[in-house]
Each structure stands twice: as structure tokens, then as C-alpha cells.
Design a protein around this ligand. Structure first.
Ligand SMILES: [Zn+2]
Length: 173
């Protein structure tokens, strides 16, 4: 399910070929199509603009560690305890919509300690899931030989290399 959030965030991207941001959510139909592809659902939402704002707030949380809490205040959920008091679920207060549906997925990702592994590449802004053991990955897996021909992380690597070289050469002196 977290994979669908990753897909949602990547409906806005900066392709390496052009370096111009593109947004795949232009119309209500685009959003309907996305929901069908991801969840086979057609959930209600207010407007294209609101969905974009919602998506961007989640992106800011992933990219810049901004809080998600404001979304949970805007689209509140209620805690549901099952009859045997063994399980907790969260339900929309009122009608389930696209926002509460997505927030429920985020809650389970946070509970399963998966959420922090969702990262945005600082170069191309592509959102990926960090599978590394110690969750240390910073850039996406885009290499210069690949599509777009631009390696993410290259500028930082070159800078680091230069700084190292400088440090070692001044040490020799
Ligand atoms: Zn990248």
C-alpha cells in the first residue's frame, strides 16, 4: 500500500531530460484514473487543486521532514477498537474520501516503521523506498548511463571528492 503513496508523490516530477517540473494531475479524470490503477477505487475528493495541495503537503513531509499532523487535523479519523479489544483501526469520520483513505495508509506505514524509508532524491525529486539495511540511501538510483543521462548525487560526490583532495593536499604541505 505504501507503494501507492510513492506513486502518488511521483505524479509530480522533474524529469532529468528537461529539468522542468511536470504534473500528471491536470484534471479530475487524471485523478480518477490514478485511483483505479492503484486501488481499483473511485473515492470522492473536493477539487483537483485540493488533491494537489494534499499531495504537496505529504511531499514536504517526505522531502523536508515537515509535520504530517496538520493533515490529520484537517481530515480527522476516529479510532476503532474491535469487539475483542485486540485490534485498532482508523475510520473516516463521515464519508471516506481520497484524503482519509490515503491518511489511513500513511498511519499503517508509520506503525510498521516503513514511513521513514520513503525518501525524495535531492536532485531529481523522485520519491523512492530506501531498502538499504541502515536506511542510509540519499539519492535515487539514477545513473549517468541510464535514461536521461544524468546521474543523481554526482554534484555532491564531486564536491566531496574535491574537499577531500584539498584536505589531503594541505595536509601534505
Ligand atoms: Zn534522483
Amino acid at each position: 500500500m505504501l507503494e501507492s503513496i510513492r506513486a502518488l508523490l511521483n505524479t509530480w516530477r522533474i524529469p532529468n531530460e528537461t529539468r522542468e517540473p511536470i504534473d500528471f494531475f491536470e484534471s479530475e479524470e487524471d485523478i480518477h484514473q490514478f485511483m483505479i490503477e492503484q486501488w481499483n477505487e473511485k473515492l470522492p475528493f473536493a477539487s483537483v487543486k485540493e488533491v494537489k495541495n494534499f499531495r504537496d503537503t505529504i511531499r514536504e513531509a517526505v522531502e523536508q521532514q515537515k509535520p504530517l499532523q496538520p493533515l490529520f487535523e484537517k481530515y480527522p479519523l476516529q479510532v476503532m477498537i474491535d469487539d475483542e479489544s485486540n485490534g485498532i483501526t482508523y475510520q473516516a469520520i463521515g464519508e471516506e474520501n481520497l484524503y482519509t483513505f490515503i491518511l489511513r495508509i500513511i498511519i499503517s506505514a508509520i506503525t510498521n516503521k516503513q514511513w521513514g524509508r520513503l525518501k525524495a532524491c535531492p536532485d531529481c525529486k523522485w520519491v523512492f523506498y530506501d531498502q538499504s539495511r541502515n536506511s542510509s540511501k540519499r539519492w535515487c538510483g539514477m545513473y549517468a548511463e541510464g535514461e536521461g543521462g544524468r546521474a543523481c548525487g554526482t554534484i555532491a560526490k564531486v564536491k566531496r571528492h574535491r574537499a577531500k583532495k584539498k584536505a589531503s593536499s594541505s595536509y601534505i604541505k
